[in-house]
Design a binder for this molecule. Structure first.
Ligand code: MN
Length: 234
């Protein structure tokens, strides 16, 4: 059994584990954590994502992850001062057991949603450009093949979770899916692009048709933000 003192010393000794240079990382410094503001109005992603879904998703769901993360970290105050939310996701095994599950769910929720909002913007319909286009074409053959594989992985996620394009621990670009609020950081990787396939992300508009949501979502992907994340992941 590792003492709490040992755990905290170990964590404090590690450098901040945020992703330097990523657009969204600036919104998730060390705790206490706050809800990042959306860079566009709730209705900006219509008709693909409706305003009511955006408002509830951002103001209630994401806020709850932030609130619950701060509540968990308040039990171990030294932690929140030395770790970014991404850093916490990378080191779950080193956290005191009493807060590990709460941090997994809520630091995960905070990191995932912060990136999600920043990787969408109105009126971006079109294929990716720049390094992410080269990476997608090189790995999957074409944007269309990548889309099909990404949608398929999102559709096959049973229950709640996320679908990602991620750089894995081994340095490979892969499509992966995680349950709940888990993310690629927890497996030693880095998320490059993520879509939320929890029902709360689409049910008001798309009801049970997750496939339609996955297809429509491409219309609002902010490829500039994805390129920034790809650069930060290297
Ligand atoms: Mn969500």
């Amino acid at each position: 059994m590792i003492s709490r003192r040992t755990v905290l010393q170990g964590l404090a000794a590690m450098p901040f584990a945020g992703v330097a240079g990523a657009g969204f990382a600036a919104q998730t410094p060390t705790g206490p954590f706050t809800l990042p503001a959306l860079a566009y109005p709730f209705a900006a992603l219509e008709p693909h994502i409706d305003a009511e879904t955006m408002q509830i998703h951002h103001d209630r769901h994401h806020q709850a992850y932030v609130t619950n993360l701060n509540a968990a970290l308040a039990k171990v105050p030294a932690l929140s001062k030395v770790q970014s939310a991404e850093g916490l996701c990378k080191q779950l095994d080193r956290l005191p057991e009493e807060i590990r599950t709460a941090v997994r769910n809520n630091a995960g929720g905070h990191v995932n949603h912060s990136m999600f909002w920043s990787q969408m913007k109105p009126g971006t319909a079109g294929a990716p450009t720049g390094p992410i286009a080269d990476a997608i074409n090189g790995t999957f053959g074409s944007y269309e093949k990548f889309q099909a594989a990404f949608e398929d992985a999102g559709l096959k996620r049973f229950g709640s979770g996320w679908v990602w394009l991620a750089r894995t621990k081994a340095g490979k670009l892969e499509i992966v899916s995680t349950p709940n609020q888990d993310n690629p950081y927890m497996d030693g990787g880095v998320p490059i692009l993520g879509n939320d396939v929890w029902e709360h992300a689409y049910y008001l508009k798309y009801r049970n048709k997750r496939a339609d949501y996955l297809k429509a979502w491409w219309n609002v992907v902010n490829w500039d933000a994805v390129n920034a994340q790809l650069k930060a992941a290297k």
